[in-house]
Design a protein around this ligand. Structure first.
Ligand code: SF4
Ligand code: SF4
Length: 377
C-alpha cells in the first residue's frame, strides 16, 4: 500500500468518516474574502489562529506539500433532548479544541503520531481554512448556510486538517454547493439575519458567535457585551446555535433517524440545566462544566450570562427566584444580564427585585442594565 492509502486506512480505523488529500497550495480567494469583510472578521484575522498565514501554508512551513483533511461525523448518535436547543451539537460532542486527554483530542494526537512515525513532518500550529481544504480534498461540499456537508453525514461534522511535507496522492476536489437551487430555508430561519445571502454570514449577528466569542479581552474589539436586539433572538441557546442546520433538508435524514443515544451525554445533561448554570458555584464550574465545555467559552461568568439571557427569553416567572439570587452574584456582568432577564419577564415581583438591586448596585454596567430593565419590566 502507498503512504496515502496507509494514512486513509489509519484515519478510518480511528473513527474518522472520510479522508481526503490535497496539495498544500495556498487559498488566495479565502484571503481576499476575509480581507474584503475585515470589519466582520477582525476578531478572527487578529486572533491567535492567524488565518491569513494559515491560508498560505508554505509561508509558515516552506517544506509543506500536502494537506490531509479528515471528517469526523458527530451525528452517528442522538443528542439528549435536555441539551438540544441549548448547546449546539458540535459543542455537546466537544470536538473543538479538545485537549489530548479527552477522546477527541486523543484521536487527533494519534493521527499526528502516525504521520510522524511514517516519516512526515507535520506543521505544529497551522490553521488552514479547513472547510475549503476539505472541499479541495474531495470530502465535503458546501451549503448556502456556509457549513460544509459530507455526503451521507450532513453538516454536523468536524474537519481536522494536517499539513505535511510528504508528496501524496491527491483527490479530486468537490468545491461545489450541493443545495437544491431554490432552497433558502437556512436564510429564512436565521433569527438574526446573520445569514444575509447564500454563503455569506456576518458573525457579529450570529447567535453562536454571541454565545461564545463575546468575551472580554478577545481580539478585534470584541467584548462581553451582547446587544439587547441579539439577546432577544438568542432563545435558549447558551453555546452555539444549530437553527440553520436543523432546518436544512440535507440534514433531515440524520436528524430524523433513530440513532443510539450517547450515554455519557445523557448522564451529564442534568448538569447543564439553565438555573444551575445561572447560579454556578466555582467548584461545580471547575469540576463539572469546565472539563467538558472546553470549546470556546473561557470563564464561568459567560455561562452565567448566557443562562440569564436564555431564562429571560423563556419568560417564565417561575425563574424569578433564580434570577433574584443571581442579582447577588459577585460579577457585575452576571448581575447586569440577570437584570435584563428580570426586565424581560416583567411583572411586580421582578420590578421589586430590580428596585432593591438598583439601590445597592455599584457596578456601572449592572446599574445601566437594571435601569433599562426597570423601564421594560
Ligand atoms: S448559527 Fe444561528 S444565528 Fe448563526 S447563522 Fe445559523 S441560524 Fe443564524
Ligand atoms: S437549508 Fe437549503 S439552502 Fe440552506 S444549506 Fe440546507 S439545502 Fe442549502
Amino acid at each position: 500500500m502507498s503512504l496515502s492509502e496507509d494514512i486513509k486506512d489509519f484515519a478510518l480505523d480511528l473513527g474518522y468518516s472520510k479522508v481526503g488529500i490535497t496539495t498544500a497550495d495556498g487559498f488566495p480567494d479565502y484571503v481576499a474574502e476575509l480581507n474584503s469583510r475585515h470589519e466582520m472578521y477582525a476578531w478572527y484575522i487578529e486572533s491567535a489562529f492567524h488565518p491569513i498565514e494559515g491560508a498560505e501554508p508554505r509561508s509558515i512551513m516552506p517544506s509543506a506539500k500536502s494537506i490531509i483533511a479528515l471528517v469526523y461525523d458527530a451525528s452517528k448518535e442522538s443528542f439528549p433532548d435536555k441539551l438540544v436547543g441549548k448547546i449546539g451539537r458540535l459543542y455537546q460532542a466537544r470536538l473543538y479544541l479538545a485537549p489530548r486527554h479527552r477522546i477527541n483530542g486523543a484521536r487527533r494526537q494519534l493521527m499526528r503520531e502516525f504521520l510522524e512515525s511514517n516519516g512526515c513532518e507535520v506543521a505544529p500550529r497551522l490553521v488552514v481554512p479547513e472547510r475549503l481544504a476539505a472541499a479541495r480534498a474531495g470530502v465535503v461540499n458546501y451549503g448556502k448556510n456556509t457549513f460544509a456537508f459530507a455526503d451521507g453525514a450532513g453538516s454536523f461534522i468536524l474537519i481536522t486538517a494536517f499539513v505535511v511535507d510528504a508528496e501524496l496522492e491527491y483527490d479530486a476536489p468537490t468545491l461545489e454547493v450541493k443545495c437544491p437551487p431554490k432552497c433558502t430555508a437556512c436564510i429564512d430561519a436565521c433569527p438574526t439575519g446573520a445569514l444575509y445571502e447564500p454563503l455569506k454570514m456576518d458573525p457579529r449577528c450570529c447567535i453562536a458567535f454571541n454565545t461564545f466569542m463575546t468575551q472580554d479581552g478577545y481580539p478585534g474589539g470584541i467584548t462581553s457585551y451582547i446587544p439587547p436586539e441579539i439577546r432577544e433572538k438568542m432563545g435558549t441557546w447558551i453555546h452555539g446555535c444549530d437553527i440553520c442546520q436543523e432546518v436544512c433538508p440535507r440534514n433531515q435524514r440524520r436528524l430524523k433517524a433513530k440513532l443510539p443515544q450517547n450515554e455519557f451525554l445523557v448522564k451529564v445533561a442534568q448538569d447543564f440545566e439553565l438555573t444551575k448554570l445561572l447560579n454556578l458555584s466555582d467548584e461545580f464550574y471547575t469540576k463539572r462544566v469546565q472539563p467538558l465545555m472546553y470549546n470556546y467559552i473561557r470563564g464561568k461568568k459567560y455561562f452565567q450570562r448566557n443562562a440569564a439571557i436564555a431564562l429571560g427569553n423563556m419568560g417564565d416567572p417561575a425563574f424569578i427566584p433564580d434570577l433574584a439570587q443571581a442579582m447577588d452574584d459577585a460579577e457585575g456582568l452576571v448581575r447586569g444580564y440577570a437584570a435584563w432577564a428580570l426586565g424581560r419577564i416583567g411583572g411586580s415581583q421582578a420590578r421589586q427585585i430590580l428596585e432593591a438591586s438598583l439601590a445597592r448596585e455599584t457596578d456601572e454596567f449592572a446599574k445601566k442594565e437594571i435601569q433599562a430593565a426597570l423601564a421594560a419590566a
